[in-house]
Ligand binder design. Sequence first.
Ligand code: NAP
Length: 242
Amino acid sequence: MLVLGGTAEARQLADALVANGIAVTSSLAGRVTNPRLPRGEVRIGGFGGATGLVEWMRVHDVKCVVDATHPFAARISEHAAAACARTGTPLLALIRPGWSERPGDRWFWVGEPAAAAEAIPALGSRVLLTTGRQGLAAFAGLDQTWFLIRCVDRPEPPLPPRHELLLDRGPYTLAGELGLIDAHRIDLVVTKDSGGEHTVAKLDAARQRGLPVVIVRRPARPEAQRVATVAAALDWARFHAG
Ligand code: NAP
């Protein structure tokens, strides 16, 4: 089984597959310098598009694929769908549910980082920015806004001129997020709809402090059978592994 990874759920699934005696290779893109590794075999780096993935699957006799990549990793999901369709390989998408507003929230949904950048000046001047390392260029032109940029690895320029960098990977707590908001006098949170428990505390903290949130919608995904939990993906894997 091939697990396309890079998420906590992918790691948990690989661990569970190994515990169930199912041969698994987890694939990581290689974006993070010191990734948390799952049990089982691990390969790192791109395949070379859908064609490269088809070739890799043939050489390694892959029987089925779980796409457990991040909800914003749209390209690899497209490639997985194309490669599995081409080779007739069963494909499952393991996607954590997105976040949704709760009473007291003031969220502004946008389609992409550029739209988030456009929305900022009217909403705040000291921003906690957690949209990830990729796509920060969209905010580089905002020279009147101060950003606390939090991401796992150091981002490449261009970055907004007034910022502080916070390299961290979570999981985060409500107390920690409230402390961060207060210490930096944050008045706006800008994030993307990653979903899951590990990074949701910033949204709880924003609600508690009455702060607005600009949130980037998930990109469209290819058609595939979907589950939302590691347990459901494990059931599917057990069935397909015979
Ligand atoms: P992407 O835009 O969908 O992928 C870009 C290229 O990176 C793909 O075409 C593929 O290269 C390679 N790639 C991506 N995921 C791969 C994987 N699991 N194994 C092997 N190659 C992979 O993805 P991304 O946004 O750069 O994200 C890269 C990885 O980081 C993903 O595994 C994802 O789960 C994780 N991640 C992403 C985010 C995010 O916000 N995007 C957040 C947290 C974690 P080839 O075409 O050469 O095969």
